[in-house]
Design a protein around this ligand. Structure first.
Ligand code: F6P
Length: 324
């Protein structure tokens, strides 16, 4: 089976994430090591439909492992998600002699890969998102860098917050998932952590907590607010009005998506990239690479998409006990 695929391609799809370049590099160099031709598709599925396909060689991925973003660029394509989009995409891949495709992205990108797989293209997904919200895996490319970036930024806000004896509401990314908020909340020693999965919307209770910690002599009050809850500015204004404590809102935003990947993101992304090519070389298709319970594994796309995960109750309770 090892000669099954002769030419493979790699694309990045959805939001970029630090470490994607390490995964692209691993796909290209592992493919070449196995005697497989490797191409790159620019701008995700949108670029595939525009036939933005380039040849890749060892040199084309030199000096990228330490760079954030994705050298292949990325995009979101609504049209590609349709049956017609899948058919057009598969026809273009076949026209270019591409029989295997590695897709680095999130759940939506894996559905696209599944559509192509049903049309005869061998596809493998790699989880790439800073949000950590892919159920089949305990690790997603970019999360580690993003939480470290956010943590450093929050440390800085904490300094000025303490000097002015202020409350700071700091909004972190994560779409509807609270993993970045939870990790930063613990790592930054925040007084309150608001997660979409847990927050009951009780602002009065939050305000009471801020008043209590102020009475105890705390010199600042850090509230980490997840993007999925949002409304940080409104929340800050209400806190200031009802507690009398000067309050500032900071939305960290896209700075969390950039920057040089951490060691962990470089290494895990490299292994996942190589693993994806190993699967293609073994004739596998319609699978997602994952890191689960300390091991690199792979799941069939439907199985991966049917899995669920949420914030650990145990970790959440710890975060609450530490935030006093
Ligand atoms: O999925 C990654 C992510 O950064 C989310 O945390 C955020 O909700 C979203 O992408 C932002 O998307 P965009 O870059 O299109 O504004």
């Amino acid at each position: 089976m090892s000669n099954e695929v002769k030419t493979i391609a790699v694309l990045t799809s959805g939001g970029d994430a630090p470490g994607m370049n390490a995964a692209i590099r691993a796909v290209v160099r592992t493919g070449i090591a196995k005697g497989i031709n490797v191409k790159g598709i620019l701008r995700g599925y949108a670029g595939l439909l525009n036939e933005e396909i380039i040849d890749m060689d060892t040199k084309s991925v030199a000096d990228i492992i330490e760079r954030g973003g994705t050298i292949l660029y990325t995009a979101r394509s609504k049209y590609f998600a349709t049956d017609e989009g899948h058919e057009e995409g598969a026809a273009i891949l076949k026209k270019h002699g591409i029989d295997g495709l590695v897709v680095i992205g999130g759940d939506g990108s894996f559905k696209g890969a599944q559509g192509l797989s049903h049309l005869g293209i061998n596809t493998i997904g790699i989880p790439g998102t800073i949000d950590l919200d892919i159920a089949c895996t305990d690790y997603t490319i970019g999360f580690d860098t993003a939480v470290n970036t956010a943590m450093e930024a929050i440390d800085k806000i904490r300094d000025t917050s303490t000097s002015h004896e202020r409350c700071s509401v700091i909004e972190v990314m994560g779409r509807n998932a609270g993993y970045i908020a939870l990790w930063c909340g613990i790592a930054n020693g925040a007084e309150d952590i608001l997660l979409p999965e847990k927050y009951d919307g009780d602002v009065d209770k939050l305000i009471e907590h801020i008043k209590e910690t102020k009475k105890k002599g705390k010199k600042h009050h850090i509230v980490i607010n997840a993007e999925g809850i949002g409304h940080s500015q409104e929340l800050a204004e209400r806190i200031e009005k009802e507690t009398g404590m000067e309050t500032r809102a900071t939305i960290l935003g896209h700075l969390q998506r950039g920057g040089s990947p951490t060691c962990k993101d470089r290494v895990y992304a490299s292994i996942m990239g190589a693993y994806a090519v190993d699967l293609l070389a073994d004739g596998k298709t319609n699978r997602v690479v994952a890191y689960k319970d300390g091991k690199y594994v792979d799941f069939e796309v439907d199985e991966a998409l049917s899995m669920e995960k949420s914030i650990s109750e145990y970790e959440y309770n710890i975060s609450k006990n530490l935030a006093r």
